[in-house]
Each structure stands twice: as C-alpha cells, then as structure tokens.
Ligand binder design. Structure first.
Ligand SMILES: Cc1cc2nc3c(=O)[nH]c(=O)nc-3n(C[C@H](O)[C@H](O)[C@H](O)COP(=O)(O)OP(=O)(O)OC[C@H]3O[C@@H](n4cnc5c(N)ncnc54)[C@H](O)[C@@H]3O)c2cc1C
Length: 399
C-alpha cells in the first residue's frame, strides 16, 4: 500500500474518531491529525440518542456506554416553581429502535473509548499534537501540510475528512460561508456531585426547566449533574462564573444546607450556522465544521456522528471503485437537508420554548407539550423527531 492510499482525517473530536473507526472497520487505512496532545476532556455533549447507540454498537462502543452511562427512558420539560411537567416516554418508540432511551454519558468518554480501540488498530495512524496548516487537492488525491512537535510534514491521501470543529481551518481555507447567526444569550455550564433527583420531586435525569428569571437544564451524568444555567445579559463571563453567583443560582434552584461543590464551570455561546455544501472534491466536511446548532435537545454531537456514519459509507463505496464526486455530493444532499430541516430547526424551537419568559406563553407552551406527551400517537411522532430517527429515515430516502 502506498503512503497516499489512505484517508486523512483532520480533527480528533467525536466525528473524526468515529470516522476513523468506521473506515478502518471497512479495511481502509486512515491518518488522523489532532492538534491537542490528548483527547479533549471539556464538558460538552452529554446525551446520546437511540440511532447513535445503534451506529456505535458494531464497534463495541455502545456496550461500554451502556455499562457506564445512565439510561434515560423518560425526559421532561417542567415549570420549576409549580413542579408541573410534560414527561416524554421513549417506550413509545420501542418498536422502532433497539435502544428506546437516551443515555447520559460524556462526549469526552466516548472519544476516549474510540481512541483506545483505535490504538489497537493497525490501519489507524493517530497523530496527536499535530496541527494541520493547509490542505489542497488535485485529480489524484489530497495533500496536507501539518506541523508536529518539532517539524513540518506533508501527508498525502485519497480523500480528506474535515472534522476540525466549529472553528474549522479547512472551511476557512476553502473560503466557505458559514451562514447563520449567533444567539444573543450565553449559558453557564457547571457540574456538581449534588444529587438533584434526591431533592426535587419527580425530576428526570434529563430535565429542561423554566424558572422565574430564566431557564436552566439539569442533566444527570455518572456521579454528577450537569447544570446549564441562565446567564443574565448584563454580566460579563467572569462575573457569571464567580463562585458566589453560581452558588446563589444553584441555591435558588434547590436550597441546600451545604455549599454546592462545583467540579467544572464554563460559559458558552451558541450559534446556528451551516455551510452551503459539505463536499468539495476530495475534501468533505462533517460535524461542527459543517454545521452548528443550539445544544437544546442534545443533537449537535449526535448529528455529527450521523454525518460520519453516512460519509464513511460513501468513502467505502468510492474506495471500491465508485464515483467519489457523485457519492460525496449525495452525502452532502442527504446530511445538509437533515441538519437544516431537522437538527437546526428543532434545536431552535427547543431553545425558543425554553427561553420564553412571558408566564402566559409558558403556560400555553407547557399545556401544548403535555397534550403531546399524553397522546401516544402524537408523542410517538414527536419522539421520532426528537430522537433523530425521522431525520435519518428522511436522509436515506434522498437520492
Ligand atoms: C458547551 C457545549 C455543550 C454541548 N452539549 C451538547 C449536547 O448535549 N449534545 C450534543 O449532541 N452536542 C452538544 N454539543 C455539541 C458537541 O460538543 C459538538 O457538536 C461536537 O463536539 C462536534 O464534534 P466534532 O468532532 O465535529 O468537533 P470537535 O469536538 O470540536 O472536534 C474538532 C477537533 O479538531 C481539532 N482541530 C481543529 N483544528 C485543527 C487543526 N488545524 N489541526 C488539527 N486538529 C484540529 C480540535 O482540537 C478538536 O479536537 C455541545 C457543545 C458545547 C460547546
């Protein structure tokens, strides 16, 4: 096999790592370049939807996720002051998936599991601590200039997957517009070992909540909870992250005699954006490099993994002699439509619902959501969308 007979993947986040394990599974060699020295342990995505569990299963990743994560058969939207809630039961989609639940498990741990498996894979060449500087292509393949610890190197491959995240250098070098907008508000994300479920009656491990001054979500993780807190517009990120401010916000949510123990904290800002197309000859974008959405509903990482699943299938067909231009164009048509019409749209609706402050509109919205939750046919249809199954089926029907 020549040095250029491989796929180059830029980015060792969930999308790059999953692409690598998929391609090596097809017998295709990969070189993965990641500028960080190790897998990132940032608190980011924490929810895994049913179809993603199906996609990760053949690689033994789902077994480890199920052993260590928290299964969530029901999630909820609640009015924190009154405790009124709409509860969505994924049991209603049991005929549609082997995994009728969400699993709460950290993105960083998914990456660690895949990374560990790839280290035993002879077809995977993992280059941590190597930054891609530029990429170009000709009729025969792609060429990547990258910088390691001490020297620059030029790598050649047949195709290039740009999984280099929201600030993608490849997207920039291709001169692609990243159309969309930045949401005005920020959120404060903290994790704490405080067991909210032992103090708030009927709380689900995934709960999206309204409170008097704003909204928050409480998502359970193994051994801790991740709280996404309202960020008052007048504060700077430093002020919002001040220990006493976080303590007050958490005490307002759930009074505790002991001060809250905080393990991680960060402020994040959310965008909704997408590139005009994902395929650019032999260079193809996937995950956050191609699209960004509000995290409300937990679809960002999942959608990126679905991109990787679809794209690697197309690369495998091209590897067997298929027309890569036609295959990658199909990938772009299939995944872009779903990103726009399902993922970005639903995430935006979820965000709008939860950031609503008018009490009358909130009551109306809660009543609507309760109406859906209590009607099995409508609830199933809603869960097929929010669990990302409908989007995948729609994508598969696009030719
Ligand atoms: C605070 C927060 C909460 C979130 N919550 C959720 C959630 O609940 N559910 C959900 O589904 N999604 C969530 N997301 C979104 C999710 O984290 C992303 O969608 C996911 O990380 C995208 O994966 P990726 O592999 O495309 O990009 P990334 O994870 O960003 O990975 C890109 C990688 O590329 C590397 N890289 C970049 N440039 C170069 C270069 N030039 N050379 C080499 N390497 C490079 C970076 O170091 C990085 O490791 C959240 C995001 C944030 C920020």
């Amino acid at each position: 096999m020549s040095e250029s007979d491989r796929v180059i993947i830029v980015g060792g986040g969930p999308v790059g790592l999953f692409s690598a394990i998929r391609l090596t599974g097809f017998g295709i060699p990969v070189t993965l370049i990641e500028k960080a020295l190790i897998v990132s342990d940032d608190i980011r995505a924490s929810t895994i939807h049913p179809p993603t569990l199906e996609m990760l299963a053949p690689y033994g990743v789902t077994t480890e996720i199920l052993e260590n994560g928290i299964r969530v058969p029901q999630w909820q939207i609640r009015d924190h002051a009154t405790g009124e809630k709409a509860v969505f039961d994924l049991g209603l989609i049991a005929e549609e998936t082997d995994y009728p639940f969400r699993v709460q498990f950290e993105q960083a741990k998914i990456c660690e599991i895949i990374d560990a498996k790839l280290r035993n894979e002879p077809l995977a060449d993992l280059r941590y601590g190597m930054e891609m500087l530029s990429a170009d292509q000709d009729d025969d393949g792609v060429r990547v200039r990258a910088k390691g610890e001490d020297a620059e190197e030029v790598l050649r491959g047949r195709y290039l997957i740009a999984a280099d995240g929201g600030n993608s250098t490849i997207r920039e070098q291709l001169g692609l517009a990243f159309e969309g907008s930045m949401y005005p508000e920020r959120s404060v994300l903290v994790t704490t070992p405080f067991a909210f479920d032992e103090h708030i009656e009927g709380l689900s491990p995934v709960s999206y909540c309204w409170e008097a001054n704003g909204n928050f979500s409480l998502l359970q993780l193994p051994g801790r909870w991740r709280a996404s807190l309202y960020f008052p517009g007048e504060l700077t990120p430093e002020e919002a992250l001040a220990d006493d401010r976080i303590e007050r916000q958490l005490q307002d949510i759930c009074p505790s005699a002991m001060p809250y123990e905080i393990s991680d904290k960060r402020v994040y800002r959310v965008h909704q954006r997408i590139v005009p197309r994902y395929d650019h000859g032999r260079i193809v974008l996937a995950g956050d490099a191609a699209h960004l959405n509000s995290p409300s509903g937990g679809m960002g990482m999942n959608g990126g993994l679905h991109d990787a699943h679809n794209l690697t299938e197309k690369i495998n067909e091209a590897w067997q002699g298929g027309d890569h231009l036609a295959l990658f164009a199909l990938y772009s048509r299939q995944r872009k439509k779903i990103a726009e019409e399902q993922i970005i749209k639903q995430a935006d609706q979820n965000r709008k619902r939860m950031t609503e402050k008018d009490p009358a509109k909130r009551r109306k919205s809660l009543a609507e959501m309760q109406g859906i939750a209590d009607d099995p046919a409508r609830c199933k249809a809603f869960l097929m969308r929010s669990s990302m199954i409908e989007g995948l089926r729609q994508a598969a029907a696009i030719t």
